[in-house]
Design a protein around this ligand. Structure first.
Ligand code: ZN
Length: 50
């Protein structure tokens, strides 16, 4: 499978997580989370998106 997981961080709550949604929301405050990286789970080298 070719899953892409978004790693995100919420600066307001200082919490983070992983979500398969392209635009994840914070589980704590429900607000929009900041996606920090979006690596592919299949092991390929993902391009660095800063
Ligand atoms: Zn939050």
């Amino acid at each position: 499978m070719d899953l892409i997981v978004s790693h995100w961080h919420c600066p307001r709550c200082d919490v983070g997580g992983r979500d398969r949604e392209p635009e994840p929301s914070c589980w704590n405050c429900g607000g929009a989370a900041v996606v920090t990286s979006r690596p592919r789970v299949d092991g390929d080298d993902a391009p660095v998106t800063s």
